[in-house]
Design a protein around this ligand. Structure first.
Ligand code: ADP
Ligand code: MG
Length: 624
């Protein structure tokens, strides 16, 4: 390929501008990013070479070298990893293939304190080199290609870059930074070493720099020809637990997760038995921006005997634990394990089960011993954990104990166990109501009788709640029961007198019931005398086994057809408005209004709001 000048993709230009301007105060992170790319490139080679050992050529020891040329003012990061072909250089260094770029930019622009970790999270680390360099030259040869097919890529980080084919004997990549005026700081080997040990100690590859010595004549440190390893280069998880400090665990977490905050909790174990592996798993303190993306991978890295194999969270962790970060290192899996094999392997299944249990134990421990921390965890990840109730039946009981809700008793943090401990004498079921918002739930007319009797009701307002409950029928032998479905069965909570009174009322209500049914023909399936209402005149309920209006709305929002069922209108015969209905000439309007108000109170939408407004106006204008 002759020398070509190409333009960066528009997004890259924006990213470049943002990264170089907004991360200026934390510029040293460029080295972390470039070293981590070098290390990734070595991991990729190791993986491809499992099938094609010839890719190692005559350099099987993978390593990263960092060196300076003070006269030329260049800093080079060299690796002998997979390298780049000319096409790949154009592709990977000129465009951003990843999704989330827009979010990244919005975050970076919005963020008060510019978070340098964002760039790693969003996979645009390479461009951070331009914070300190006014030109970056990349020279590379992809493993397996002949020396004549090397590539040189070069750019000043504004709008364009150049690429050309070069002759290059060495496999792998040199990233050469031409340091900007005023960045002499990074021409100090000592400074570079300190940055590397700060960020890259846990990279399991040796990072080499030239040993320096004092030159009496020049009165300065000068490089020797000897190379020394400047990072610890020991994979943290292979070390024994009692030799690792909390700081080291935390630093490793930050390294693999690009999180700037410390993890919420971690667990490190060597598992022996049928399947042998080491797990080092972290629960982050904060939800990542893409928590909702169920296809996201990369939380847990799989190693086999310390060789990086792949990021494949799904085979190693259930989807509902996709926020877990860490490393699993297996002693039994074959090194050439493929994705397909991974899905079927019994060893992997054992690892996944074992790791899931570990994470749950870790969460149980936090829930038990650090309640505030658990509350924060729940705020961040609770909704995701709920997915597990419907997806992981083997652990459903343990997951149910980890759930937290709002209830009529407290706005958050109510566990099912708390609820059970507060159940009233004679109460058999765990009651709940689902709604779109906490306010709607709290003010639901359906709750009135429960309020009056002092019975706690769980208020479920998460989108997944209704779905989750379709998989969770009971907790410790107590049925989970909606207060908005079917007739309220208060069972032993109602005394004989109350039961008789209710029957008498229902009997007396019969004629009115028929009149209302006729008036509301086509809008309701049935009208009933309610036992659940105290202060409100009416409410909407659905029959047992039918879809709640709340769930129907969620389905419609998701573009799905919800089954068309008419609701049941429950009317409070004791209510003044209902009593007065009897002899009112405006019966028809009032009947519809009763129904429409009940719909609104439940969070529903009116099919014909204008008709409702006309009705209200008619009633306001013509008093009884
Ligand atoms: P990320 O590392 O998250 O993919 P970067 O911006 O850091 O994002 O790097 C972009 C891409 O450039 C990498 O995915 C990789 O394909 C390529 N790349 C960067 N540095 C190297 C390197 N030293 N060797 C081979 N490929 C590299
Ligand atoms: Mg990177």
């Amino acid at each position: 390929m002759d020398k070509q000048t190409l333009s960066f993709q528009a997004e890259v230009k924006q990213i470049l501008h943002l990264v170089t301007h907004s991360l200026y105060s934390n510029k040293e992170i460029f080295l972390r990013e470039l070293v981590s790319n070098a290390s990734d490139a070595c991991d990729k080679l190791r993986f491809e070479a499992l099938d094609r050992p010839e890719l190692y050529e005559d350099a099987p020891n993978l390593e990263v070298r960092v060196f300076l040329d003070a006269a030329a003012r260049t800093l080079t990061i060299r690796d002998n990893g997979i390298g780049l072909s000319a096409d790949e250089a154009v592709q990977h260094l000129g465009t951003i293939a990843k999704s989330g770029t827009r979010e990244f930019m919005a975050r970076l622009e919005g963020e008060q304190k510019k978070d340098a970790n964002l760039i790693g999270q969003f996979g645009v680390g390479f461009y951070s080199g331009f914070i300190v360099a006014d030109r970056i030259t990349v020279e590379s040869r992809r493993a397996g290609l002949p020396p004549g097919q090397g590539v040189r890529w070069s750019s000043e980080g504004s709008g364009e870059f150049e690429v050309e084919t070069i002759e290059r004997a060495a496999r792998g990549t040199d990233v050469i930074l031409h340091l900007r005026e005023g960045e002499d700081d990074f021409l100090s080997a000592w400074r570079l070493k300190s940055i590397i040990s700060k960020y890259s100690d846990h990279i399991s590859l040796p990072i080499l720099m030239r040993r320096t010595k004092w030159d009496e004549e020049k009165k300065a440190q000068v490089d020797t020809d000897e190379w020394e390893t400047v990072n610890k280069a020991a994979a943290l998880w292979t070390r024994s637990k009692n030799e690792i400090t909390a700081e080291e665990y935390e630093a490793f977490y930050k390294q693999i997760s690009y999180d700037s905050a410390a993890p919420l909790a971690y667990t490190h174990n060597r598992v022996e038995g049928r399947s042998e592996y080491t797990q080092l798993l972290y629960v982050p303190a904060k939800a990542p921006f893409d928590l909702w993306n169920r296809d996201k991978r990369g939380g847990v890295k799989l190693y086999v005997k310390r060789v990086f194999i792949m990021d494949d969270a799904e085979a190693l962790m259930p989807v509902y634990l996709r926020f877990v970060k860490g490393v699993i290192d297996s002693a039994d899996l074959p090194l050439n394990v493929s994705r397909e094999l991974l899905q079927e392997s019994r060893d992997v299944k054992a690892i996944r089960e074992g790791s899931t249990k570990r994470v749950l134990s870790m969460l149980e421990d936090v829930a038990e011993n650090q309640k505030d921390k658990y509350a924060e965890f729940w705020r961040q990840f609770g909704t995701v954990l709920k997915e597990g109730v419907g997806e992981d039946f083997a652990n459903q009981e343990r997951l149910a104990k980890l759930l937290r809700f709002a209830s009529t008793h407290a706005d958050e943090g109510v566990s099912l166990a708390d609820y059970v401990s507060r159940m009233k004498e004679g109460q058999e079921a765990i009651y709940f109501i689902t709604a779109d918002t906490l306010a709607t739930a709290k003010n639901s007319p359906q709750l009135e009788i429960f309020r009056k009797k002092g019975i706690e009701v769980l208020l479920l307002v998460d989108r997944v709640d209704e779905w989750m409950l379709s998989h969770l029928y009971e907790f410790e032998g107590r049925a989970l029961t909606s207060v908005a479905k079917g007739a309220v069965e208060l069972g032993k909570l109602q005394d004989e007198e109350e039961k008789r009174a209710a029957e008498t009322t229902a009997e007396a209500f019969k004629p009115m019931r028929e009149r209302l049914k006729t008036a509301l023909e086509g809008r309701v399936k049935d009208v009933r005398a309610s036992t659940r209402l105290v202060e409100s005149p009416a409410c909407i309920v659905v029959d047992e086994g039918e879809m709640s209006p709340h769930l129907a709305r969620l389905l419609e929002q998701a573009g799905q057809q919800a089954p068309a069922t008419l609701p049941v209108l429950e009317v409070n015969p004791e209510h003044a408005l209902v009593k007065q209905l009897q002899d009112d000439a405006r019966f028809d309007d009032l009947a519809h209004l009763l129904f429409e108000q009940a719909l609104l109170a439940e969070g529903g939408k009116l099919e014909d709001p204008a008709a409702y407004v006309r009705r209200v106006n008619r009633l306001l204008a013509a008093p009884a």
